[in-house]
Design a protein. Structure first.
Length: 409
């Protein structure tokens, strides 16, 4: 509790405020405990006062901080007068006030003690129940393992895996970042809220958030924003991709932080659009091409984006196939009623978006497509680094990097 601060405020004579470096869920648990303790303690102080003191508790989250406030307002004129009289008539009023401050601080202190104890216990017994003040690599490995097991267990989805769409969830959480305004990004998990969850680009991602919900229930201490990104890390690693350096510390934000529509790329457009969107996030040409290698995975759905089909024949394996196919296949426009997209001439079963095709039409992009098509190790190395960067957009993470071990890959 060394972050303890006591503020005295004109209208609220006693205000104890404690700052905690975790999300609002943790704060709420702390509040309820503080509330219980303080109610009990204040009961004893009521004697002799015209009106009972009432406590007000509040938690609010501002970027990177959560405040827990314990307010003990001297609420009524009668009470003020009474305290005033006591003060005027001697030192007992002052003593009362001092007692109340001391009790309030004691309550917060006790709650903090309980809090610390529960953290340690939850951490030790590995139940995931309670709160973790400083989760360890093994805590995150446990969450990772649960995601990895679910990826295998729930295999009736699409091409047999939620992996691709889990990666897409992590990317769409992060890719809203705007470096000019420092808004959006993976801190906040604001995609849980309207209107962001209903943005056209996010169609189909509710199923993925539902997929992760049992993992959140089993590990209430992890923030949604860390969980959604960890889902992306697990997906890549479990589908045979490179190890992605991981660190935690994203905090959940409320609906006030949702980002405007239009921050994610539109597959119907070309190279200029790609540059405009990704430069806004802080990526250069090489990084745009490296990120696009994710389209080795998954498929397009007519009921989501309107586009149709997979990019590769191995949509649940991370490989550099996307680049090789882009370069080596012959591509033509697909003849259909849907949006303009390419299909491979040899099998007519693989697709490319206009934005994918821009990577071979544009000279600067093409240079990197060729590099990655030639060497899977180079692709894996640069893909891991660019995903790490993507997943940290809009955050101010301080924790050390962790290496979470693949389970099935
Ligand atoms: C370069 C600009 C990008 C465009 C225009 C784009 C567009 C699209 C579109 C239209 C879909 C199909 C959605 C559907 O119908 O279900 C899709 C799927 C996908 N995208 Fe992208 N994307 C881009 C970049 C990325 C990046 C940077 C990543 C990850 C790092 C990514 C990962 C994926 C994955 C894994 C899928 C398959 C999802 C599934 O199987 O449900 N995309 N993308």
């Amino acid at each position: 509790m060394n972050r303890h601060r006591v503020l005295l405020h004109a209208d609220w004579p006693i205000l104890c405020q404690t700052r905690f470096p975790f999300g609002p869920d943790s704060a709420l648990t702390l509040i309820s405990t503080t509330q219980r303790l303080t109610k009990t303690m204040l009961h004893a102080t009521r004697t002799g006062l015209a009106n009972p003191l009432r406590c007000a508790f509040r938690a609010h989250s501002v970027p990177k901080r959560t405040f827990v406030s314990l307010r003990l307002p001297i609420q009524t004129v009668a009470l003020r007068r009474q305290l005033g009289r006591r003060s005027a008539s001697g030192s007992s009023g002052a003593r009362s006030t001092t007692t109340i401050v001391a009790l309030a601080l004691g309550a917060v202190g006790l709650a903090g003690g309980w809090y610390y104890y529960s953290q340690q216990k939850a951490s030790k017994d590995g139940t995931g129940a309670g709160l973790l003040s400083k989760p360890t690599e093994s805590d995150f490995q446990k969450v990772y393992n649960q995601i990895a097991h679910r990826l295998v267990e729930v295999d009736e989805y699409d091409d047999g895996s939620y992996g691709p769409v889990l990666l897409r969830l992590a990317w769409h959480c992060s890719g809203t970042y705007d470096k000019e305004t420092n808004t959006g990004g993976s801190d906040g998990a604001t995609m849980r809220f309207a209107p962001e969850k209903d943005h056209g680009a996010n169609a189909g991602l509710q199923a993925t958030r539902n997929f992760l919900e049992p993992v959140k229930t089993a590990n209430p201490w992890i923030s949604y924003s860390d969980l959604y990104i960890l889902g992306g890390v697990a997906a890549v690693q479990e589908m045979g991709g490179p190890v992605i350096p991981w660190r935690y510390g994203r905090s959940d934000k409320d609906a006030a932080f949702v980002t405007p529509d239009g921050r994610l790329p539109d597959g119907a457009k070309g190279a200029d659009h790609l540059r405009a969107i990704f430069h806004r996030m802080g990526f250069d040409d090489r990084e745009i091409v490296a990120l696009s290698g994710a389209h080795a995975l998954g498929r397009c759905h007519t009921d989501r984006s309107g586009f149709s089909g997979p990019w590769t024949f191995s949509p649940t394996m991370v490989t550099n196939d996307y680049y090789a196919i882009l370069l080596n296949e012959k591509w033509g426009w697909k003849k259909w009623d849907g949006p303009a997209q390419y299909e491979d001439k040899s099998t007519k079963s693989r697709m490319m978006l206009p934005t994918d095709m821009a990577l071979v039409k544009d000279k600067a992009f093409r240079h990197h497509v060729e590099r990655y098509a030639k060497d899977n190790d180079v692709f894996f190395k640069e893909f891991a680094e660019v995903l790490r960067k993507l997943f940290e957009l809009g955050t101010n993470l301080q924790a050390d990097y962790m290496t979470l071990k693949p389970v099935h890959a």
